[in-house]
Design a protein around this ligand. Sequence first.
Ligand SMILES: [Zn+2]
Length: 330
Amino acid sequence: MNETAATPIRVTPPYNRLGLDYHNIPPRKIAGLITDAHTHAHNVDLTRAFLRAADDYSIGRIWTMAPLEDVDAMQAAFPGRFEFIAIPKWQELSSQASFIDDWLRRLDGFRAKGSRLMKFHAAPGTQKRMGMDLDHPQLQRVMKHAWNLGFHFMTHVGDPKDWFGPDKKYKPSDGHKSFAEQFAMLDRMLEQYPGRTHLGAHMGGSVEVLDALGDRLDRFAHYRIDSSATKWMVRGIAQQPVPRVREFFIRYQQRILFGSDLVVGDKYNYDHYASRYWVHQQLWETSYDGPSPIEDPDAPGGVAALKGLNLPASVLERIYRTNAEEFFNP
Ligand SMILES: [Zn+2]
């Protein structure tokens, strides 16, 4: 007799280890709508499903990296809701002149549709696949073209600190720069274009090393950072003393924009989207101290500790709204 057959196996989805009801939205610490300055919403139908969760969690304006081909349909379906961040055709990523030429044409196209911000993805893996980093003459060409069109800049530099090292994802022997070395090219770009606002995705890639990040923010008045990448932020914050991180957010409250990094796709459901907003809410607004409901293969045992910063309402006001509103007119 197979006794286990009678026992229902509880399948825990990776976005809800704790069996939470994400439709039961915790009260917000401040009223009003929040701007999510970092998403990958695209495709009208898929975005509609995503917006059900975004609406429930008080997300208003959304900045997204959608392909140029999706912009008209998104603008027609969701008038005024989205800010479109100009991106290249990632699927054809290379250092070939044809990819760069296409990127320049896309910048023209995005600009004509009202885009004001353009993004360089310079994570270690992308640098390797492109065969280029931010110093490469071809990317410098893209930068100058974007500058001439009036774009502000966004960069993804670095990746979680734990991914760097001889036994890690980014081995020096595979030609990757070290964690610390990622940022030299960013500093050069910040020096080169002081006249435009520059948004560093994922806490500028440096949530684990806040001293260096604070130093960069002090040196470059036009540098801003977003709080996106849920699992990375949760891990990065929990591994440091909460008062230290909280103090950083209060000190740099005018420089941080709320972002989720939610990617829209047909494999994702309401609970997946809502889980990210739920966790961010705990992280910024509460003193939550317990396991994260989101499974995290990079955390010890796959379970990350979630430690809330319980930021003051006035700081949330800036991070959730004002900094995004002021971004294009600093
Ligand atoms: Zn992203």
